[in-house]
Structure formats: structure tokens, C-alpha cells
Write a new protein. Structure first.
Length: 297
């Protein structure tokens, strides 16, 4: 099968209890997670961008995918992430990039498209409409930083997304965490938001809940159903990229098998494993570490 991932590559400056570090971020986590799932016959294309000053952060990982749709730009997004022991992280950008150039004319070759709104400016709504118009397969959207506005100091704070139902009408599966979900509707009640979005063309809504696991909502015979999966028990040391890992693993397994239960189980497992990592190179071991976890159960 052939997959396309769309999203900004970002330079992360992470500030947490261990100190300050600079790491590859953004769509990097989706890419490295999908690579852990691919079988020999699969191909992965990436639509993203890089700049000369940050290329070395990503090159060892991006050489493992088809780079036909990766473009060189003057500068890619840079973000300062302040990670506390609880609640949402604080995000301040020092650079914001333009929308990515999406290969609209080449979309029909793909079996699934994962769009991760890493910066919130990865693609525009007009681009999403063109993607939907030219692609009949499954489109997975992680709302991510589309849920955050930007102030004069480049701080990213949650705000209601205007006309999100229009975005929803172009996708099959939506992923959001509990805070992001509240930005998708005028409602502030989870159930009301889910019902509203499922009345559009969305087939599944996935709410990730950090250490509490994840829930998938869907409709069967006109009735809203849900499946909840608790998070695996691990020594949590990392909160960056876990949602991206979850989304990429869920996306791959659902496109491949059309089995919601299997996709949720795998996504929960791999996201949990990623929460134990302190170095980005460890993500190359995702599949090995997941198999070790399973063998110990």
C-alpha cells in the first residue's frame, strides 16, 4: 500500500524538568511512527519542507521515505515547548512557515492520506477541499495546532476554530485531544461536540486522553457508539510526540485492515511506548520495544 503524510517539519526547543534541548519535531513523529509499521510492499511519501540550517536534524530519518514532495524553503517553523508535569504544554513560535505545496495531481496513487496540522498552517481549508475533490480514499486529520490561535508575541493559545464543520466535511477520521476537541464547536460538552461532528461526513472521532488512554466514537445503524482503551502502564518520561505516534499507528492499521479495534489497540501500545523515550533516536526502536512489551505480558 502507498501512504502520504502531510505536515510541517518543526525545530523543537523543549524546556522541561531535565533542562533545555533542541530536537527534530512536528511531522517527524508521524513519519518515524509510520516507518515502524510499514511492511516490505508498502511505500511512504512525505509532503513537508526543510531549510538548510535544520536539515541535519531530519536527514537520517527522512532518507527512509520517498522525498519527492519535500521542498526546500527559507525557514521552517521553530517552537519553544514548555512542558510541565500536568496540563497542556505552553507553545511559543519564533518562526511560522507558509502553507505546504500539496501534490494535488498525484493523489490518486495513495491508499490513505494522513494530515497532521502540526503548525496549524500546514495546509489551508482551500487546499483540503482540493485534496478531497481529487482523492476518494481515507483522509485522517489530526487537528493539533489548528486548535490554537497566535498572538502578537507568537504564543499559541486555544481558541474556537471558525467553521470547523467545513473542515469536517472533507475528512473521514478526526483526531483531537480533550483540549483540542473543545475548539471544534460552539458547544463545550464532549457528547454534543461528537454528535455534531458525526452528523457531517466524519466516520470516526478519536479523542486522545494522555495517561487515561483514548476513545473512538462512530455511528452504527444511526446510533453513536464508542470504544475506550486505557493507556498501558509505563514509566512516563516524555509527553512530546505521543499523540502523533498514536495517530500514525492508528491510521496505518485502519487503512491496512479496516479493523477499528486492532487499530486502537496498536495505537495505544505504540503511543505508550513512546512516552518512555527521552531521545528522538529511540523512536527508531518503536516496533522492537512494542514487541518486547507484548512478550512480557
Amino acid at each position: 500500500m502507498i501512504f502520504l503524510v502531510i505536515g510541517h517539519s518543526v525545530v523543537d526547543k523543549i524546556i522541561d524538568k531535565r533542562g533545555t534541548s533542541t530536537k527534530p519535531g512536528g511531522i517527524f513523529y508521524s513519519v518515524i511512527s509510520l516507518l515502524s509499521q510499514l511492511e516490505k510492499e508498502d511505500r511512504l511519501f512525505l509532503c513537508s519542507a526543510f531549510d538548510k540550517s535544520s536539515e541535519k536534524l531530519f536527514e537520517d530519518y527522512y532518507q527512509l521515505v520517498d522525498k519527492k514532495f519535500i521542498s526546500e524553503v527559507e525557514t521552517i517553523p521553530r517552537v519553544e515547548l514548555v512542558i510541565n508535569g500536568y496540563g497542556e504544554r505552553k507553545e511559543r513560535y519564533s518562526q511560522i512557515s507558509q502553507n505546504l505545496s500539496v501534490p494535488i495531481e498525484s493523489l490518486r496513487q495513495f491508499d490513505g492520506i494522513l494530515i497532521n496540522m502540526i503548525s496549524g498552517y500546514d495546509i489551508s481549508f482551500e487546499q483540503l477541499k482540493q485534496i478531497r475533490k481529487n482523492f476518494n480514499g481515507l483522509i485522517y486529520l489530526d487537528v493539533h495546532t489548528l486548535s490554537r490561535g497566535i498572538d502578537k508575541n507568537l504564543l499559541r493559545n486555544f481558541r474556537k476554530i471558525e467553521n470547523f464543520r467545513e473542515w469536517a466535511s472533507c475528512i473521514n477520521i478526526l483526531q483531537a485531544n480533550e483540549s483540542e476537541l473543545l475548539t471544534l464547536s460552539v458547544h463545550n460538552d464532549e457528547r454534543l461536540i461528537v454528535e455534531e461532528l458525526l452528523s457531517s461526513q466524519i466516520e470516526q472521532i478519536i479523542i486522545t486522553r494522555a495517561e487515561k488512554g483514548a476513545t473512538v466514537f462512530f455511528r452504527k445503524a444511526g446510533v453513536t457508539k464508542s470504544i475506550n482503551k486505557e493507556a498501558i502502564k509505563v514509566n512516563l518520561v516524555n509527553k512530546v510526540g505521543c499523540g502523533d505516534v498514536f495517530g500514525a499507528v492508528y491510521f496505518y492499521n485502519y487503512v491496512k485492515n479496516k479493523n477499528l479495534f486492532l487499530a486502537l489497540e496498536q495505537a495505544n501500545l505504540f503511543a505508550g511506548i513512546s512516552a518512555t523515550y527521552t531521545d528522538t533516536n529511540e523512536f527508531l526502536n518503536l516496533k522492537i520495544d512494542a514487541n518486547k512489551y507484548i512478550s512480557k505480558k
